[in-house]
Design a protein around this ligand. Structure first.
Ligand code: P53
Length: 499
């Protein structure tokens, strides 16, 4: 068997506008929900509980948003700063090119194009910024892959319309999509609709623009994040928006392709008890559901019982089912970070947890400093499951390790732990390809250090390029190459043969 990856394999890295750009109020950009995501440090997690359990992921209530507007000095809001990619994109893309990137996954900030999300005309300065970014990529032969919405709904749509709870937001999204696909036709061939669409369940604020009443408390935990009726309605509207985006893409640019993006949760049973395995099935359904609709174009049979027994009623417009059928994605993308352990909860009908990290530890796996289990073999398993289910080409839109890096006296980071993680995951991805799974590319999450999505920390670094900023935006912003930079460069140069 060939030790290389398939010819033309798209090696590269992935980012998101709200975690890198900064310049949140420059160039005519309007505010987005991500500008109201607060820093959640280790100290805050220690007093308020792990962020995914007690401090809801990226949540902001009406009261918090108001206070952040009136007293921004009282809040630490790192996504407003990002890593200042807005002013450094040339330098950063040159470094990606030096590593040999074939693909750069990034997102467009919707409120840079339409400051309120639903303005009559687009903001030309915002459109020009992305023209420059794409031109820079193309100059080096790097294919841009662009996420249309990555956890940064325009704030105006969130405040006035409840974000994706309203069809007004769907219409505004479609107009935005039409605008950017027309503008960047010929430059962008790969598009993705909603980043980790399933994270609506745990992250309704930044993801879907749903602002809830009342501040989260340790007691309220994830319940604070709204009821299922609300969230599944927003999900439905986003599914329709996603299908309409696929249709627009095909109409406007027949050479372009549109993919989904699922945060893949691969689940293991805690024991060989059938009940634990049943729990795996339940949890799997809540994860597959999103891709089943986006790739197969209809609601899967298993959701009906969940909806019926939980009194969930999805309001559909007359054409919705037709739109979903006609707007199936061309390829599948996933983020893969870890696996989850399931124990039976005694329910006949499942309840989605909306958890981001498993509450049951897997004793067989090591964990990252943020408690994320490291499971390369799970990656091979998950790729086989996906291909078996959809038979569509797969792109890995995210995989990576968040870690604390130490800069030595020479200003160098020897991140062998990151290299080890990368090597193990690439090896297992290769095994999956040998199994017959059609994987056409791999994007490392955060090839350059960026602001964390979940906690807004800079301390949680993913990069092969170090960025000299701390959690509070202090530092020079200087970029430097870590040991993993040279490793990834070698991997790409050998098309995966030299690991
Ligand atoms: P951070 C949780 C679990 C898995 C993926 O996450 C997740 C999250 C959200 O925290 O999100 C994706 O920065 C997301 C990226 C994000 C990345 O994973 O919390 O698409 O925006 O940065 C890593 O460590």
């Amino acid at each position: 068997m060939n030790s290389e990856f398939p010819k033309g394999f798209l090696w590269g890295g992935a980012t998101a506008a709200n975690q890198i750009e900064g310049a949140w109020n420059e160039g005519g950009r309007g505010p987005a929900t991500s500008d109201f995501a607060r820093l959640i440090t280790k100290e805050i997690r220690a007093t308020e509980g792990p962020y995914d359990e007690h401090v809801p992921h990226n949540a902001a209530s009406k009261e918090m948003v108001e206070d952040m507007k009136l007293h921004p000095e009282n809040w630490e809001l790192p996504k407003r700063r990002g890593i200042d990619f807005y002013h450094h994109y040339k330098e950063d893309i040159a470094l990606f090119a030096e590593m040999g990137f074939k693909v750069f996954r990034m997102s467009i900030s919707w409120s840079r194009i339409f400051p309120n999300g639903d303005d009559d005309t687009p903001n030309e300065e915002g459109l020009q910024f992305y023209d420059h970014v794409f031109d820079e990529c193309i100059k080096y032969g790097i294919e841009p892959m662009v996420t249309l919405s990555h956890f940064d709904t325009p704030l105006h749509l969130a405040e006035e319309y409840g974000g994706f709870l309203s069809r007004h937001t769907v219409d505004a999204f479609v107009k935005y999509v039409e605008t950017v696909i027309k503008r960047y036709k010929g430059k962008v061939k790969y598009w993705l609709t909603f980043n980790e669409i399933n994270n609506v369940l745990s992250n309704p604020f930044t993801s879907s623009g749903i602002i809830l009443d009342g501040a989260p408390t340790p007691e309220s935990g994830n319940n604070y994040l709204g009821n299922w009726q609300l969230k599944f309605q927003a999900v439905h509207n986003q599914m329709v928006a996603s299908a309409l985006a696929v249709k627009k893409c095909h109409e406007i640019d027949p050479n372009a392709k549109m993919g989904n993006m699922l945060c893949r949760l691969e689940n293991y049973a805690e024991s060989a008890k059938p009940e634990d395995q049943l729990q795996v099935l339940f949890e799997d359904h809540f994860n597959w559901f999103f891709t089943d609709v986006q790739a197969k174009g209809e609601y899967p049979y298993y959701m009906q019982r969940f909806f019926d027994e939980n009194d969930i009623h999805i309001k559909m417009e007359p054409d919705d089912e037709k739109i979903l059928k006609e707007g199936c994605v061309d390829f599948i993308t996933i983020s893969y970070y870890m696996t989850y352990v399931m124990r039976y909860k005694g329910e006949t009908v499942p309840k989605p947890t909306g958890r981001l990290v498993s509450d049951i530890k897997n004793p067989n796996l090591k964990m990252s400093a943020w408690g994320w289990p490291i499971d390369p073999i799970g990656f091979r398993i998950t790729l086989n499951h996906i291909y078996d289910r959809y038979h569509l080409p797969i792109f890995i839109s995210e995989n990576g390790l968040g870690a604390v890096d130490h800069v030595d006296e020479n200003g160098y980071v020897e991140d062998d732990y990151r290299i080890e993680y990368m090597k193990a995951h690439i090896e297992q991805m290769h095994e999956a390809i040998k199994d017959g799974v059609d994987v056409f590319g791999y994007a490392w999450w955060g090839p350059i250090d960026l602001v964390s999505s979940g906690t807004s920390e800079m301390t949680k670094r993913y990069g092969m390029i170090y960025v000299d900023y701390d959690d509070y935006g202090k530092g020079t912003g200087k970029r430097s190459k870590k040991k993993s930079f040279y490793y990834y460069k070698k991997v790409i140069a050998s098309n995966g043969a030299d690991l």
